[in-house]
Design a protein around this ligand. Structure first.
Ligand code: 6R9
Length: 657
């Protein structure tokens, strides 16, 4: 085992074949078909993407060059082409029967609902775009969007895309401080917000946070604030700066042609937290992003025109951008959006929604699945979930036991599961099953999407043997790859392109994750390499130890970190939350230690286990192990905590609950 790789210790043998009925009507129907497609794309990725771009999107003007990779790592796709993603998401469907098809079904947390057909959504987007123009927004200007999960969040994004303004969505749960930092970096001229939103039975006062962020001229670039009325709670409107959307809507026309954009014009900036330093503004551009999110949505979610598709993400996360808004609408799908989240007053709300709208495709995160498991099977079992035909997960490695539960309880053992690995930076899903083609193994994201040359390598870029852990990399540019870090190309270069340094000088994208590939070429993502624990020279990924803990019936969720140890370098420190019926005890602690030894081996035995009610997570449900590492070592927490979902969690952990 060399210093430059990661040891893999957990093995999972179960395999689930795609149900033959599902395969028979899927876009990609067999493993053979996938493999042929994959080989074709690998042999000539440029020709592969060009053919799809021609077939699947509408262009105002065709491109001259498919890929310009003369100045790596800065890629350009479809150079010379003119296109508009909002046009591809809306206008092109209006000349078909989809004109009166539901584009967006929305349900608010209090139970209010709205459905917008493609024609209605188009009309509102045009009005919104004209309102933005009236406020002086021009092509290339940056617009901050700080919204609850209401239709206007998607409308605002599409309106920006329509007129060529660059949106920067900031998650509605972030603090005024986090908002200020992002608006400042983007030099936004307009902020779109709402009076507030409903979340977990509380009113979230968004406008108040915007006022705080802009106070004392902290963001001098911001000239206007456009406010959507949602909660009807009183807000302060600053004369000349703040405008109600419902007032402007009455004044503007609903005619707003889509601006022909260059393929490489910036579409959006989305900030992703770094473990050190300030958040990075990940830049995505127009054509390549449109193509890649379109194709991945079509083949991975196997979309049919009759499907109701629901992704539970927030639009403030890349998953909301690519797989609530752009990918589904570009395909002419019906996309469902829900303002709420499971909460004590309505823990079964997701199952109610699936039953009510007869949802066919359901895409959520492992953190949510682990929470459902903790709440018990009775809730989903009390609802009719028979409309479901496909399930997906994203955000973290899914522990095999959570996968099995999802498959059995939610999927009734008939729905394929797509475990989709990707990142803000990749723009779209990179490693995933195609549901009619790929046999799945619980805990594995399986194989790369056609056109994606993913590998597991050591620090020199040399592929590691099957079943050995290493670094997950992508070897050829792909259409929706991030183009740069906003205003910071050096940071782009050194964060993603310099860790893996092949001797021949080839540029390889390093994702920051550890992984192994098994003998079938399946990828098993082991977690972030920053989180790797070094026990007596053995470098262990977090995922495998956590999955061993979660496979014990008492454990709902687990997070492991390294705690400095004089002898071993680091010792494994586990934070564990328990299933409803279990109570913490010394006996249970010993049982869990023994369980990990049995599942993995003595090397992975957690030296310490702390039972807790909560784990610190980001808004997209990722466990923030960096914070737990400081806690385990008894150190002060330093670095960026702006993306924490619930800031009180740290106090709870510090005080020992
Ligand atoms: C889409 C999204 C990216 C990081 C990524 C990885 C983790 C996401 C995963 C997964 C294992 C999966 N991740 N999906 N790990 N299996 N199916 O989550 O983007 O918020 O930028 O996070 O999330 O560690 O590097 P983002």
């Amino acid at each position: 085992m060399s210093e430059s790789t990661i040891e893999s210790v957990l093995h999972e043998e179960r395999v689930f074949n795609p149900p033959s009925e599902f395969s028979s009507y899927a876009h990609i129907k067999s493993l053979d078909e996938y493999e042929q497609l994959y080989e074709k794309a690998k042999a000539d990725p440029v020709a592969f993407w060009a053919e799809l771009a021609e077939q699947e999107l509408e262009w105002f003007q065709k491109w001259d060059t498919v890929l310009d990779w003369n100045d790596p790592p800065f890629a350009k796709w479809f150079v010379g082409g003119k296109i508009n993603i909002c046009y591809n998401c809306l206008d092109r469907h209006l000349t078909t029967w989809r004109r009166n098809k539901a584009a967006l079904i929305w349900e608010g947390e209090p139970g209010d609902t709205r459905t917008l057909t493609y024609a209605q959504l188009h009309r509102e987007v045009c009005q919104f775009a004209n309102a933005m123009k009236q406020l002086g927004v021009k092509k290339g200007d940056r617009v901050g969007i700080y919204m609850p999960m209401i239709p206007e969040a998607a409308i605002a994004m599409l309106a920006c895309a329509r007129i060529g303004a660059v949106h920067g969505v900031v998650f509605g749960g972030f603090s005024a401080e986090a908002l200020k930092e992002r608006l400042g970096d983007a030099e936004a001229t307009l902020v779109i917000t709402a009076d507030g939103g409903f979340r977990k039975d509380k009113v979230v006062a968004l406008k108040e946070q915007v006022d705080l962020a802009l106070a004392n001229n902290a963001c001098p670039s911001v000239q206007n604030v456009l406010v959507v009325q949602r909660t009807k709670e009183p807000v302060t409107m600053v004369e000349g700066r703040d405008h109600w959307w419902h007032d402007l809507q009455k004044q503007v026309s609903d005619d707003c042609p889509a601006e022909p954009m260059d393929s490489e014009d910036m579409l959006f900036i989305l900030y992703t937290s770094g473990s050190t330093g300030k958040p990075k503004g990940v830049v995505h551009t127009t054509a390549g992003y449109n193509l890649y999110t379109h194709m991945t949505t079509k083949w991975i979610f196997d979309l049919k025109d009759t499907d109701v598709y629901w992704c539970t993400a927030d639009v403030g996360w890349i998953t909301g951008h690519s797989y609530i808004v752009y990918g589904p609408l570009s395909n002419g799908a019906t996309t469902l959006m829900y303002e709420g989240v499971p909460r004590p007053s309505n823990p079964g709300c997701f199952w109610d929604i699936i039953e009510k709208y007869k949802v066919n495709i359901f895409y959520t995160a492992p953190t949510a699945i682990r929470a459902f498991i903790k709440m018990g099977e009775e809730l989903p079992n009390a609802r009719n979930l028979s409309s479901l035909r496909l399930l997906g997960t994203v955000g973290e490695p899914i522990n095999p036991e959570a996968w099995i539960w999802y498959h059995r309880v939610i999927g009734n053992e008939k729905c394929p599961i797509v475990d989709t690995w990707w990142q803000t930076e990749t723009g779209g899903i990179m490693i995933t099953p195609l549901p009619g083609a790929t046999p799945t193994k619980p805990g594995s994201a399986t194989r790369p999407f056609p056109g994606i040359l993913a590998e597991v390598v050591d620090l020199d870029g040399t592929p590691v043997p099957a079943n050995e852990g290493g670094y997950l990399v992508i070897k050829h540019p792909w259409p929706s790859m991030m183009r740069t870090v906003y205003k910071n190309p050096e940071r782009f270069r050194n964060t993603y392109w310099e860790h893996i340094a092949p001797k021949d000088g080839e540029y390889i994208y390093f994702a920051g994750d550890g992984s192994r590939q098994d003998e079938d070429g399946y990828f098993w993502v082991m977690g972030r390499v920053d989180d790797v624990i070094n026990v007596a020279g053995h470098r262990l990924g977090t995922m495998e130890v956590e999955s061993a803990l979660v496979s014990h019936p008492s454990v709902a969720e687990a997070a492991v970190v390294g705690k400095p140890d004089d002898l071993k370098g680091e010792e494994i420190y586990a934070f564990v939350t328990l299933e409803g019926d279990y109570v913490a005890s010394d006996a249970l602690l010993k049982e869990l230690q023994a369980h990990v030894v049995k599942e993995i081996g003595a090397i992975a035995r957690p030296g310490e286990i702390r039972f807790t009610d909560v784990l610190p997570k980001t808004r997209s449900g990722k466990i923030m192990r960096r914070l737990l590492r400081s806690l385990a070592a008894g150190q002060e927490i330093v670095g960026d905590t702006s993306t924490l979902e619930d800031r009180s969690v740290l106090d709870k952990l510090r005080s020992g609950s």
